[in-house]
Design a protein around this ligand. Structure first.
Ligand code: SIN
Length: 537
């Protein structure tokens, strides 16, 4: 099969809220959106239950939204980014409404706002209760289909970013049809926007689509981009433990509506831990839930006191419960903490620029600095859309460049690298289990070293046979290095061997692909020396 070649002005990898917003703001530039599936399918955006945090309530203010975001971030956020994003929330809601997105309203026309953890007011603008992602994506997708300047390439996976002398030349991918060997898609282009989402799929328990395994981070890293804050993985306390992979989410808004967290003795274990009890910051709730599980308890979401309109207010959660044979008005819902959101990623500045000329990032793949060490609920769709617009505005301000041709040697190398389509189910599962066990909610020196050895063993044994597994291995290594280096507990990074938050760790660990091997060798040598000392003593 001949290669398919495209030459748009801008290529956007990823078809969630961040990618679509960027595309819609790039007109009249010729844009190509690449998505691994049908547009919108299997994106975290589509699965988002929460909504968009915006200070549109009568007693609320932008100042208060900014303060809550700063407090949640535990000293690591870039306040300039917070101000920039939060200030735009109302405009984003207006834009979406102008695209025909319907938000939940009260009889008087005001927004029916949800309450989520660590927000000092009801502030979550949502749609059909817990179906915000579906409605927002419906509006954006319809608008994208109306735009003549946007081409959507569906079922295409990108495997490489081509860059030379720190400048982007394009991307290379393939049609996701395993049985066709030479189905390469080559896109020559001087501006690449990564909007590939998160990496929950590298953990055994996650709310993310399985296709979210950090491939945007792997692509950017291999092209030479700087990554940062890789250790900060936010775990959501209320994944529904119904034996499904990925784990269905029970939105925090249900707790905002009066649901409790209890153990098998119906004890509310969050009482007395934080003044907001079940609505304490998410890191604290996830960690206490984990503690209950470690003590041998079972944990549940108790929705029995939530309003009688459960099915109308939370149709997604109600349908998961129905499929599992549970009735939230009568039954306790078994839960478990799950990898939900990656705070770190490809480092960007206030303009969405990465360290590579022509490579831009927005959405979960980007580390813009807004979330610090812990993300305030429902700030991420907002961040994605604000940065989608910023990236588009910046690209629009640049002259349209003559496209650099991709070096044929690079294309040959790429084809060689992606020749094997062997599925690596066994190794992928080993990696996901190890990451959850060792680099999950609570980490320490021993678990981090165990995790590193596991990943290196998987790498040795799998011999590079699967592009997906290779990306997962690479991304896991970066997370492990970040987790090793941060010898403190802060926000969602909890180390049982360094329980305090330390002033000298108000810093970010920037990592590059070129440093990876030397960092790993250093960590293993230090760990060996420490073991040796223990044996001698
Ligand atoms: C939720 O609905 O609980 C999740 C919202 C978020 O993660 O921002």
């Amino acid at each position: 099969m001949a290669d398919s070649i495209y030459r748009p002005d801008v290529v956007i990898v990823g078809g969630g809220v961040a990618g679509l917003t960027t595309a819609l703001n790039l007109a009249p530039r010729k844009v190509c959106i690449i998505t691994k599936s049908t547009l919108g399918v299997n994106t975290s955006s589509m699965w988002a239950q929460g909504g968009i945090a915006a200070a549109v309530g009568i007693n609320d203010s932008v100042k208060s939204h900014i303060e809550d975001t700063v407090a949640t971030a535990k000293g690591l956020a870039d306040e300039n980014v917070i101000v920039k994003v939060v200030n735009e929330a109302k405009n984003i809601i207006n834009d979406l409404e102008s695209f025909g997105v319907n938000f939940d309203k009260n009889d008087d026309g005001s927004f029916d706002l949800g309450l989520e953890a660590a927000h000092s007011s009801n502030r979550i603008v949502r749609s059909k209760g817990d179906s915000s992602g579906i409605e927002i994506m419906r509006g954006l997708i319809e608008k994208v289909h109306d735009c003549n300047n946007i081409t959507v390439l569906e079922n295409v996976s990108i495997d490489s970013i081509m860059s030379e002398n720190n400048t982007i030349h394009g991307v290379i991918g393939r049609l996701a049809q395993d049985n066709i060997p030479d189905n390469h898609v080559i896109i020559e282009c001087s501006n690449v926007v990564l909007a590939t989402g998160g990496l929950g799929g590298i953990f055994a328990n996650t709310t993310n689509p399985r296709s979210s395994y950090g491939e945007g981070i792997a692509l950017a890293a291999q092209a030479g981009a700087v990554l940062t804050d890789m250790e900060f993985i936010q775990f959501h306390p209320t994944g529904l433990d119904f034996g499904l992979d990925p784990t269905p989410l029970a939105t925090e808004a249900i707790r905002g509506d009066g649901a409790y967290l209890v153990n098998q003795n119906e004890e509310r274990f969050m009482l007395g831990i934080h003044p907001e009890n079940e609505l304490a910051p998410r890191d604290l709730v996830a960690q206490n839930l984990f503690k209950q599980i470690e003590q041998g308890n079972s944990v549940f979401l108790d929705c029995r006191k939530v309003s009688s309109e459960f099915e109308t207010k939370y149709p997604q959660v109600a349908s998961y419960c129905q499929a599992a044979g549970l009735n939230p008005k009568i039954d306790l819902l078994p839960i478990l903490p799950v990898a939900h959101y990656h705070i770190g990623g490809v480092k960007t500045d206030l303009e969405g620029k990465t360290s590579i000329e022509g490579l831009w990032c927005c959405g979960e793949v980007a580390a813009t600095g807004i979330h610090g060490a812990n993300r305030l609920a429902s700030n991420s769709l907002l961040e994605s859309m604000v940065f989608g617009r910023i990236v588009a505005k910046n690209i629009n301000s640049l002259p349209i460049k003559k496209v650099n041709k991709i070096n044929p040697d690079f294309i040959r190398m790429h084809k060689e690298k992606t020749k094997n389509r062997i599925r690596a189910k066994k190794y992928i599962w080993q990696l996901r289990s190890s990451m959850m066990r060792n680099i999950g909610i609570v980490r320490n020196h021993s678990s981090i070293i165990r995790g590193l050895h596991d990943i290196l063993k998987i790498e040795r044994e799998s011999k590079g046979l699967s592009a997906k597994l290779n990306d997962m291995i690479l991304v896991s290594k970066f997370i492990i290095i970040g987790a090793y280096l941060r010898k403190e507990s802060r926000g969602c990074h909890l180390r049982s061997d360094y329980k305090n938050t330390e002033d000298n760790f108000i810093l970010h660990f920037d990592l590059k692909f070129s440093d990876l091997d030397s960092k790993i060798t250093e960590i293993l040598n230090l760990a060996d020396n420490a073991n040796h000392k223990q044996v001698v003593n």
